[in-house]
Design a protein around this ligand. Structure first.
Ligand SMILES: Nc1nc2c(ncn2[C@@H]2O[C@H](COP(=O)(O)OP(=O)(O)OP(=O)(O)O)[C@@H](O)[C@H]2O)c(=O)[nH]1
Ligand SMILES: [Mg+2]
Length: 236
């Protein structure tokens, strides 16, 4: 089995209703949902359609990624969050880059031709923070990534195994990008058009999330390449 689509949800029923028919299930060999504890009918929506939903014991996107890695039968994984930010048409584009030989492919909101959710704002401060974190990572680890934080990405199981991400919540993607740079993995990006959130609400509260980003950045600087010796994803 080659391609696994992982749908990540936490109370996204409104987005799921709108986007479900646009998800290109036929492009993959396997698909399932990893859910962080929805109580709004998201789980039931998928189960009624015969789609497997894995319920997380531990909340957060970090744990969701690790569960997906353990459960997936496919060698190439793509992570899709159906809240309106991510365009389902990018799914085959991201997987296509893995077919071309890349280890990880990211949908970038900041490269030429891309659009960020905050582009029409006078002070897109979340986008600025994102760009700053990406710039620091590129500077420290000599990378060329334009959107190190976006969760919309595809990765080979082999790369995930080597990266061994142990970060919690919304910082897992940043850690994956940093460690991909440390390992010299082949990373590609495609320009994406980020849409507006359809319904529900974000659980990524900016200030606490920013502090966790700083913490993980500092920790990655301190540990260097020590993570390579770990057997499986886990704490250092
Ligand atoms: N499986 C899983 N998914 C989660 C969890 N927390 C959030 N998500 C999903 O991850 C995606 C991104 O989370 P958001 O809260 O939208 O974060 P964001 O995109 O930074 O915020 P917005 O710009 O407001 O959309 C959404 O599809 C959420 O449903 C979790 O604990 N487990
Ligand atoms: Mg979102």
């Amino acid at each position: 089995m080659k391609k696994t689509l992982v749908i990540l949800t936490f109370n996204e029923i409104e987005g799921v209703r709108v986007l479900f028919d646009k998800i290109p299930f036929h492009e993959v060999d396997e698909y399932f949902v990893v859910d962080g504890g929805s109580t709004d009918g998201t789980i039931e929506f998928f189960e009624r359609r015969g789609i497997k939903v894995i319920r997380q014991d531990i909340k957060g996107r970090g744990e969701a990624f690790r569960i997906a890695f353990r459960e997936a039968q496919g060698e190439n994984l793509v992570f899709f969050s159906p809240d309106g930010n991510e365009n389902p048409n990018d799914i085959p584009r991201l997987l296509g880059l893995l077919d071309e030989g890349y280890d990880m492919a990211i949908a970038s909101r900041f490269m030429k031709g891309a659009r960020n959710e905050e582009d029409d704002r006078l002070f897109p401060w979340r986008a600025w923070a994102n760009r700053a974190f990406t710039a620091i990572a590129n500077f420290v680890w000599r990378g060329k990534i334009t959107d190190s934080i976006n969760g919309y990405r595809a990765i080979t199981k082999d790369a995930f195994r080597r990266i061994k991400p142990d970060a919690p919540g919304f910082v897992i993607e940043y850690q994956m990008s940093i460690r991909a740079m440390k390992l010299g993995l082949k990373v590609a990006e495609i320009p994406t058009q980020e849409g507006k959130r359809i319904g529900g609400e974000s659980t990524a509260k900016s200030l606490p999330t920013g502090l966790i980003f700083l913490k993980i950045l500092w920790r990655e600087i301190i540990i260097g390449n020590k993570f390579k010796d770990l057997e499986t994803p886990g704490k250092i």
